[in-house]
Design a protein. Structure first.
Length: 100
């Protein structure tokens, strides 16, 4: 079902946020459908290879719309992960510290 661990984590995060009442599953489904339609409108192939990238984009958009995060916080977190990746020796697990 999941090709990479991050895909399972993104899936679990969407489920957990919905369970906690941050958004309904109907809202989630609409956000994902919108993201998939946007990809189709951009002419991206519908072969399933980017499904969880669309899932993550929908989750980020919905989390921002619900006030759970903002674009600046997401950008900072992504950069922190990129930096952690760059400093991690090949073959070792990437770990993100507690820096905010």
């Amino acid at each position: 079902m999941f090709a990479e661990p991050w895909q399972a984590q993104a899936f679990a995060l969407a489920v957990k946020l919905s369970e906690q009442g941050h958004f309904t599953w109907k809202e989630w489904s609409a956000a994902l459908a919108s993201e998939l339609q946007s990809a189709t409108d951009r002419g991206e192939p519908d072969d399933g290879s980017h499904y969880y990238e669309h899932w993550l984009a929908a989750l980020e958009r919905l989390a921002q719309a619900k006030g759970l995060t903002n674009g600046e916080a997401l950008a900072a977190r992504k950069e922190a992960w990129a930096e952690a990746y760059r400093r991690t020796p090949h073959g070792k697990p990437v770990e993100l510290g507690n820096e905010e």
